[in-house]
Write a protein that binds this ligand. Structure first.
Ligand code: HEC
Ligand SMILES: [Cu+2]
Length: 353
């Protein structure tokens, strides 16, 4: 009897190990692995999946066995046999999980420390989240874009921030995700290894436009990357970081055509990523086109003149919501970010459109 149950135990253990192994090598739920860290993360996920499958089968198997084997049979009204404690059993189900958890802990820690290693020649890319777009700045090239391009094999350090609420920068193909937290710069290191284009998502519910807060990363050869960078220069005006958002003294404004100042403010605050406005390089379709806004603004609200309408549309976007768009989809913090002088110039500029 004793020999037979030991044999059964050995067979069950071997079968379980085989099932776990088969599951581990066959799970294929992940997207393309396009970065060096992706391979390590995938191996970890595989092993966890295999272990979890074995634990699941054993626990559910024991449960089903007990339910069937010890069910109440017809005509049997006797009490069940009473057991009190079983040291062997308790030892087994304490020691085995303890070993498993320790193994998983050490293994995960090793993967974590390996994927966060920095190299000396990393390229810095600033990632800026904002309702509901991602922007990328390449400080070494003085370029700002809405699409991410990376040279293959080059380690990149993302410096992730947000202009408003919490977002989360997520590139599933890189197995990389990090929160963009207000007032803080979070870092994330990756090395892209596979050529191709992969989705970028926001992984933190950040408002009504959260589901459209997507972009694309293109991993390409260094040559193509440099070509692309050269094409990007000057597409979006790069904000001068020293310039804290206030415009030069009035005399200087007068010296420069107001139109130009207006369109540069439009560019500096990224209005163009959500609004079409050819004159200022605006190309976005998140909000209504601002082509001809000078005239439409007057007709929007019977009781409000065009100037007041525009001012309010920018500082309190939810005060008037254009038909077909939802409240909350334009950033709510321009009132704090744009000085009143700049606002004046911006509104004057929009009125001329
Ligand atoms: C993240 C996207 C986004 C950004 C950035 C953005 N807007 Fe908007 N904007 C919208 C949306 C969406 C609407 C329509 C909903 C509403 O009225 O609030 C809108 C509405 C407007 C309107 C009213 C348009 C009309 O036809 O009545 C004006 C004017 C406007 N925005 C100006 C600006 C200016 C100026 C900036 C930059 C300082 C800017 N927006 C930045 C998304 C954006
Ligand atoms: Cu977001």
């Amino acid at each position: 009897m004793k020999e037979r149950s030991i044999l059964a135990l050995v067979i069950i253990t071997l079968v379980m190990l085989a099932i776990g192994y088969l599951v581990a090598i066959n799970v294929d739920v992940m997207p393309v692995a396009a970065s060096s860290r992706a391979l390590l993360v995938d191996d970890l996920a595989r092993i966890l999946f295999g272990l979890a499958t074995v634990v699941f089968i054993i626990v559910q198997g024991a449960l089903i066995y007990a339910v069937v084997r010890f069910r109440k049979r017809k005509g049997d009204n006797s009490d069940a046999i009473q057991y009190r404690g079983n040291n062997t059993l308790e030892l087994i189900w304490t020691v085995i999980p303890a070993i498993l958890v320790t193994f998983i802990g050490i293994y995960s820690f090793r993967v974590l420390s390996e994927i966060e290693v920095h190299s000396d020649d990393e390229m810095v890319v600033e990632v800026i989240g904002q309702q509901f777009i991602w922007q990328f700045r390449y400080p070494s090239y003085d370029v700002r874009t809405q699409e991410l391009h990376l040279p293959v094999g080059q380690q990149v350090r993302f410096e992730i921030t947000t202009l408003d609420v919490i977002h989360s920068f997520w590139v599933p193909a890189f197995r990389a995700k990090r929160d963009a937290t207000p007032g803080q710069v979070s870092e994330l290191v990756i090395t892209p290894t596979e050529l191709g284009s992969y989705p970028i998502r926001c992984a933190e519910l950040c408002g009504v436009g959260h589901s459209v807060m997507n972009s694309l990363v293109t991993v390409e050869s260094e040559e193509d990357f440099l070509k692309w960078i050269a094409e990007q220069s000057g597409v979006l005006p790069t904000p001068d970081l020293e310039e804290t958002g206030s415009i030069p003294a009035e005399t200087e404004i007068a010296a420069e055509p107001a139109q130009l100042v207006g369109s540069s403010i439009f560019g500096r605050y990224d209005c163009g990523v959500c609004h079409v406005l050819d004159d200022a390089g605006g190309f976005g379709h998140v909000g209504p086109t601002l082509e001809g806004i000078g005239e439409t603004a007057a007709a929007r609200e019977p009781a409000v003149d065009a100037r007041a309408y525009l001012l309010k549309s920018i500082t309190r976007p939810d005060a008037f919501v254009v038909a077909g768009y939802s409240a909350g989809s334009m950033p709510q913090n321009y009132e704090d970010r744009i000085s009143s002088e700049e606002l004046e110039v911006l509104v004057d500029y929009l009125l001329t459109q």
